[in-house]
Design a protein around this ligand. Structure first.
Ligand code: OGA
Ligand code: MN
Length: 292
């Protein structure tokens, strides 16, 4: 019998899934329950897990093939996770960081959307957490689109936006890049600002990240003004839910219709997370000929 419980957060997105040990193989009924809950709630939390990296990879691979870990910032050890496990941590051992993103605030973003084919999902598992701070927020991009004022809907519809590949979510320059000085030349993939989710077929906003973003074909000042207005709407509190971490939490989010951010925490505390990213498909949506 399937004893899995799905408990909604009651907020704009996310649900707890209870009654599953993710270190064990999942039967088809359990898998189906997870996928259905994921389509409905966009972010799923599994508490009290005890996962090795191979467990994390096996569970994530239930959704599809994994993407390799992204390029780490300069000076981060690259031999801690596997090729498919990204270490997110502020811990420094023998003068070398064991993971990326440090302890600073990470601004709202979609993982690796600067790639032509961004991951469809990320799974983030907590091994060590600070006593305070470091909460992770998630926002519902379907609702961001559905509630966007009509004039802004018209202005972004059919537009492409550039997703900056030169910096990470805490503002660090990635290896091999130079700082962007003119956003109309920002490196990174161009994606439609409104995409259709390939599974649910619902439309959602797809913004990626604000830093160095640019709406293709607009004068820079107009692009800045429009992006500011759309971002101000998207990051409203009522569209979000915040995860307060416990050790052993596994959070699975849909990277196509959810953005996330992380609050900062004390640099003297330790925080260690292991993340997988599940390969996606090329984002698609309506694109007007004039902007392509
Ligand atoms: C990530 C990320 C947030 C966090 O792993 O993609 O943005 O809470 N991390 O560490
Ligand atoms: Mn991220």
């Amino acid at each position: 019998m399937n004893k899995v419980k799905v408990i909604s957060s009651g907020k704009a997105l996310s649900a707890d899934i209870e009654g599953i040990d993710l270190s064990k193989a999942l039967d088809p009924a359990t898998r189906a329950t997870i996928l259905e809950a994921w389509s409905e709630h966009l972010v799923l939390r599994f508490r009290g897990q005890k996962l090795s990296d191979p467990d994390l990879e096996r569970f994530s691979a239930m959704l599809g093939p994994l993407d390799k870990a992204p390029t780490y910032s300069k000076g981060v050890r690259t031999d801690v996770g596997s090729d498919f496990v990204t270490v997110i941590s502020n811990v420094v051992e023998n003068g070398v960081a064991i993971g990326d993103l440090g302890n600073a605030e990470a601004l709202w973003h979609t993982d690796m959307s600067y790639n032509e084919i961004p991951p469809m999902a990320s799974a983030l598992y907590s091994l060590e957490i600070p006593p305070v701070g470091g909460d992770t927020g998630f926002c519902n991009m379907y609702q961001a689109w559905e509630t966007l004022p009509q004039d802004l809907r018209q202005r972004v519809s059919g537009r492409l936006c550039v997703h900056d590949s030169s910096t990470n979510s805490v503002g660090g320059l990635r290896g091999g890049y130079e700082a962007v000085t003119d956003v109309s030349k920002t490196p990174g993939a161009r994606h439609p600002m409104v995409i259709t989710h390939p599974v649910t077929k619902r439309e959602c906003l797809f913004l990626g990240r604000r830093r160095n973003a640019y709406i293709v074909g607009l004068p820079v000042n107009e692009s800045e003004e429009l992006l500011d207005a759309v971002w101000a709407h998207t990051t409203k509190k009522e569209l979000s839910w915040y995860q307060e971490w416990q050790v052993g939490d596994l959070i699975l989010w849909d990277n196509r219709c959810v953005m996330h951010r992380r609050e900062d925490f004390d640099s003297n505390s330790r925080r260690i997370m292991h993340r997988t990213q599940i390969a996606g498909s090329k984002p698609y949506g309506r694109v007007s000929a004039t902007t392509a």
